[in-house]
Write a protein that binds this ligand. Structure first.
Ligand code: IPE
Ligand code: IPE
Ligand code: MG
Length: 231
């Protein structure tokens, strides 16, 4: 049994498109249904005392999707983030957005800045939305910021870690889980996944609810983490 609590859980929210296809609905309906599931799993995680919840919402590779789908997702970010501020406040939820926001549409950047600012005092649970996030991109950006500070420094693991976004606020991920059956990381949290526990579940993301979070937590508690040592 894992003696540690699941402090930082990360979810690769996959399967929105398949959920919609099964119902003969447009992919956009799957994203809307995913949004409803997302709210449920935030509340369930908070209830189970998960302190940090990272959610993979848009990868650096998702720009390859049709313009109409990318625009739909960007509009969802720009409209839903601010419209949910009341909910975040009532539940004491802090929102952070991880990834390269500089290339997002202006309306999405404004929404992100607003929601981060208006929830910065809260700590019941910190939700890290990963938007235009890529593990490769994150490592490259970290190294570039080290070199900007000191072009002749020797790169070390500690330096790379300490120059990553929110490194001072968000602890290393304990478990990365993925919905919808695919067994890959798709460029998510590559640096941090070195010793994360992994979990893959067939349930499509829009069907995730409190029960799924309870299953994930139980799975985590059954793992023995050794970090290269002996148990
Ligand atoms: C995940 O669901 C949501 C995003 C990547 C934005 P998908 O849209 O990838 O759903 P599938 O994989 O096509 O079913
Ligand atoms: C991973 O899902 C990215 C997010 C959940 C945001 P994808 O559906 O984009 O991943 P691949 O393409 O199947 O690897
Ligand atoms: Mg997918």
């Amino acid at each position: 049994m894992s003696t540690e609590n699941l402090t930082h859980l990360a979810v690769i929210m996959d399967g929105n498109g398949r959920w919609a296809k099964k119902r003969n609905l447009p992919r956009t309906a799957g994203h809307l249904a995913g949004l409803k599931a997302l709210k449920k799993i935030i509340l369930a995680s908070k209830k189970s005392d998960v302190k940090f919840l990272s959610l993979y919402a848009f990868s650096t590779e998702n720009w390859r999707r049709p313009d109409s789908e990318v625009n739909y997702l960007m509009n969802l970010i720009a409209s839903k983030l601010p419209s949910e501020i009341k909910f975040y406040k009532s539940e004491q939820i802090r929102i952070l957005v991880r990834g390269d926001r500089t290339n997002l549409p202006k309306a999405a950047i404004n929404a992100i800045n607003k929601v981060e600012d208006e929830t910065k005092e809260f700590s019941a649970i910190t939700v890290i939305l990963c938007i235009n996030y890529g593990g490769h991109d994150e490592i490259v950006r970290s190294v570039n910021s080290i070199l900007k500070e000191n072009p002749t420094t020797e790169i070390t693991e500690d330096l790379i870690k300490s120059h990553m976004q929110f490194n001072d606020i968000v602890p290393c991920v304990d478990m990365i889980v993925r919905s919808a059956g695919e067994k890959r990381l798709s460029n998510f949290l590559l640096w941090e996944s070195a010793y994360a526990e992994l979990g893959f579940y067939d349930t499509l993301f829009p069907d995730w609810d409190e029960q799924m979070i309870n299953i994930v937590i139980k799975d985590y508690q059954s793992r023995i983490r050794k970090f290269g040592g002996i148990s």
